[in-house]
Ligand binder design. Structure first.
Ligand code: KG4
Ligand code: ZN
Length: 340
C-alpha cells in the first residue's frame, strides 16, 4: 500500500487530500478537502492572482490538517507528499510548494512535484482504475486539450484550444448576459429553456483538419447578437437570454463532439474520459457519450468533485510517478507554464 498527501493551490481552490493505492493498483480517497475562493474573487469578475496567493498562504495549513484528520492519519503514516508545481498562478504554486517542502524536510518523506494537467489526466485511474491507454478530453476554465494518455508520464497532445478555454467562454457569456459567476451552470440552466436554433452561431475550426479548437470568435458572435437585440428592442427579454445561451451551448457542444470524433479517429482508444469543470455540462456529456459509443469506446466522466480542481488527483499523480521509478523531481521550481 502507498499513501500520499496531495496539495493543490494552482488557481482558486485551496485543496489537500490523502489517497491510498493498494497492491492491486486500486485507489481509495481517504479524505479530500477543497476550500474554494469564489466569494473572494467574485467582486472582481475573475481570479485576482494576489488575492489567490494570499488566501492559499492563509488556508493551506488548515486544509492539510483537515485532510489528515479526516483520513485519521498522521504525517508519519504517509509514504510521500505530492504538490502541484504548475501550470498555474505562481503565487499560489509557491505557497503550496513551500508548505510541501517544509513538511518533506521535517518528516523525511519523499516529495513529488506534479503537473496539474497530469493530475486531471490521470483521474480516470483514480476513480475507475482505467488501464492505459485512453483518450482524455480536458475541458475547464483554463484548459482545453485532447490527450492520448499512455502512461503516468506519457501524454501526447492531439489538439488544444488556440485561444480561450470553453469554461472561460461560458463565463464570458454569463458576464455578457448579467448572469452570476462562475457562469457555466447558469448558462446551462438558461439554455435549458431556450431554442438552440434561433441563433446560428459559428462552429470555429470545424473546416480545418485535426482537433485544435477555438472559442473566442464564438463569444464575439454572441456579443454581436446581444447588441443587435438591444439596439432593436432596447433590451433583452427572458426568452432572448435563454435562446442566446442555448445557441451558444449548442455551438460549443457541436464543436467538442466533432473534434472528439476526430481525436478518437487519430487515437482509437478503448476509453474516452473527460475532466475539468465544463465536463459537468449535461448536454455536452450526452453528446460525448454518443460519440464514444459510435467508436465503440467506453465513456467515462468522473464525479464532478473529482473533475474540478482537488488534492486527490495530485496525490494520485504523485503516487503514480513515485511508483513508476521516474527520477526524483522534488527540486523542480514552480512553473506558471508547463505543457504536458
Ligand atoms: O476545472 P474547473 O473547476 O477550474 C479550472 O478551470 O481549473 O472549471 C471551472 C469552469 C468554469 O469556467 C465554469 O463556468 C465551468 O467550469 N463550468 C461549466 C459548468 N459547470 C462549471 N461549464 C459549462 N456547463 C456547466 N454545467
Ligand atoms: Zn484544473
Amino acid at each position: 500500500m502507498t499513501t500520499f498527501l496531495g496539495i493543490e493551490s494552482s488557481c482558486d481552490d485551496t485543496a489537500a487530500a490523502v489517497v491510498r493505492r493498494d497492491a492491486a493498483g486500486r485507489a481509495e480517497i481517504l479524505s479530500s478537502v477543497v476550500e474554494g475562493q469564489a466569494s473572494l474573487h467574485a467582486p472582481f469578475g475573475g481570479v485576482v492572482p494576489e488575492i489567490a496567493a494570499r488566501a492559499h498562504a492563509e488556508r493551506l495549513d488548515h486544509a492539510v490538517s483537515a485532510a489528515l484528520d479526516q483520513a485519521g492519519l498522521r504525517l508519519a503514516d504517509l509514504d510521500g507528499i505530492a504538490v502541484t508545481a504548475g501550470p498555474g498562478l505562481i503565487g499560489g504554486l509557491l505557497s503550496g510548494m513551500m508548505l510541501a517542502r517544509g513538511l518533506a524536510v521535517a518528516t523525511g518523506l519523499p516529495l513529488v512535484a506534479v503537473n496539474h494537467l497530469a493530475g486531471h489526466a490521470l483521474t480516470p485511474r483514480l476513480t475507475d482504475a482505467v488501464d492505459y491507454p485512453y483518450l482524455m478530453l480536458l475541458v475547464s476554465g483554463g484548459h482545453c486539450q485532447f490527450l492520448a494518455v499512455e502512461g503516468p508520464e506519457t501524454f501526447r497532445r492531439l489538439g488544444s484550444t488556440i485561444d480561450d478555454a470553453p469554461g472561460e467562454a461560458f463565463d464570458k457569456i454569463a458576464k455578457l448576459l448579467a448572469l452570476p459567476q462562475p457562469g457555466g451552470p447558469h448558462v446551462e440552466r438558461e439554455a435549458g429553456g431556450g431554442d438552440p436554433h434561433r441563433f446560428r452561431f459559428p462552429r470555429p475550426l470545424l473546416d480545418r483538419p485535426g482537433c485544435d479548437l477555438s472559442f473566442s470568435g464564438l463569444k464575439t458572435a454572441v456579443l454581436r447578437a446581444r447588441d443587435e437585440l438591444i439596439a432593436a428592442q432596447g433590451g433583452l427579454t427572458v426568452q432572448d437570454r435563454r435562446d442566446l445561451c442555448a445557441g451558444f451551448q449548442a455551438a460549443v457542444a457541436d464543436v467538442l463532439a466533432e473534434k472528439t470524433r476526430r481525436a478518437l479517429g487519430m487515437f482509437p482508444a478503448p476509453v474516452l474520459a473527460v475532466a475539468g469543470g465544463v465536463a459537468a455540462n449535461t448536454v455536452l456529456r450526452a453528446r460525448l457519450e454518443t460519440v464514444a459509443a459510435e467508436s465503440g469506446a467506453r465513456f467515462l466522466a468522473p464525479p464532478l468533485r473529482l473533475c474540478t480542481d482537488n488534492g486527490a488527483m495530485i496525490a494520485w499523480a504523485g503516487i503514480e510517478r513515485h511508483l513508476s521509478g521516474a527520477p526524483a523531481n522534488a527540486d523542480m521550481p514552480a512553473r506558471s507554464r508547463w505543457p504536458l
